[in-house]
Each structure stands twice: as structure tokens, then as C-alpha cells.
Design a protein around this ligand. Structure first.
Ligand code: CU1
Length: 153
């Protein structure tokens, strides 16, 4: 192999590694449900390594109104989820119990009541492979039981 060939293949490999991630997009769909007994139907969610985007749909399978038994879905790093949940309580229902413009919030849905559903789409560029993420409902008093782990990769 000549020097110029080695150089050419090095350049080609470099170009491929730069452009390969732009050649596809994959939206992965996740679903979760909350009920009138203050429970999610899942304690863990997995996002495959090749997902570039996640569309999470939350359904409230109960009958109670949002003011009494509202649910949302909030994603943060596990290390900060309790602090974000506490800040969410202060933010109030008008802000879906999510602190405004808080960079610790990776994604969140609005608060919904019984019979409703909502979804949020977010890029996995905000997630690190193997990172420790927790999803939870930030309605006051719910996050201690309505929570689970999200894994990526
Ligand atoms: Cu909830």
C-alpha cells in the first residue's frame, strides 16, 4: 500500500464518520399510562442506541380530573430528579408542575386528566449512552411512587 493510498483511505474513513450520523433519522415510540391509583404501568423504558428521536405518549386511563389526579411525564438525570420535582411543585399547575426554562428537564409532557393522552418528541442528542435517567410524574406527591428508569444505548 502506498502512502497516498493510506492517506486516501484515512480521509475516506474520516468523512464517513462525520457524515454517517446524518444519513438517517429514527424516531422511536414509547408509551406509558397513568391511572387513578397514582401509578404508571411501567417502571422502566428503554431507548435503543440507534434512535435519533423519541416520541413518548402518555395516556391517563383513569376518570379523575387533572386538578385532582393529574399526570405528566418528566425526564431528567437521576441525580437531579428530586430537586426538579420539588421545583415543579412550586411552579404550579399552570406550568404543568415543571420549572420553567430549567435545563435539567430533558423532556416533559403537559399534565393531563382521566381519559386524555399527550405526547412529547425529543432528540436523543440530549442523552448519553449508559447515562442514568429517571422519568417521573411531577404532580405534587406523585413522584415518590410514579417514577422509573430510562436507559439509552
Ligand atoms: Cu401523577
Amino acid at each position: 500500500m502506498t502512502i497516498s493510498r493510506i492517506l486516501a483511505s484515512t480521509v475516506l474513513l474520516g468523512a464517513l464518520s462525520v457524515f454517517a450520523p446524518l444519513t438517517y433519522a429514527k424516531t422511536c415510540e414509547l408509551t406509558i399510562a397513568g391511572n387513578d391509583a397514582m401509578q404508571y404501568d411501567k417502571q422502566s423504558l428503554e431507548v435503543a442506541a440507534d434512535c435519533t428521536e423519541v416520541k413518548l405518549t402518555l395516556t391517563h386511563t383513569g376518570k379523575l380530573p387533572a386538578a385532582a389526579m393529574g399526570h405528566n411525564w418528566v425526564l431528567t438525570e437521576t441525580a437531579v430528579f428530586q430537586a426538579v420535582a420539588t421545583a415543579g411543585t412550586s411552579a404550579g399547575l399552570a406550568n404543568d408542575y415543571v420549572p420553567k426554562d430549567d435545563k435539567r428537564v430533558i423532556a416533559h409532557t403537559k399534565i393531563i386528566g382521566g381519559g386524555e393522552s399527550t405526547s412529547v418528541t425529543f432528540s436523543t442528542s440530549a442523552l448519553k449512552k449508559g447515562g442514568d435517567y429517571t422519568f417521573f410524574c411531577s404532580f405534587p406527591g406523585h413522584w415518590s411512587v410514579m417514577k422509573g428508569k430510562l436507559t439509552f444505548g
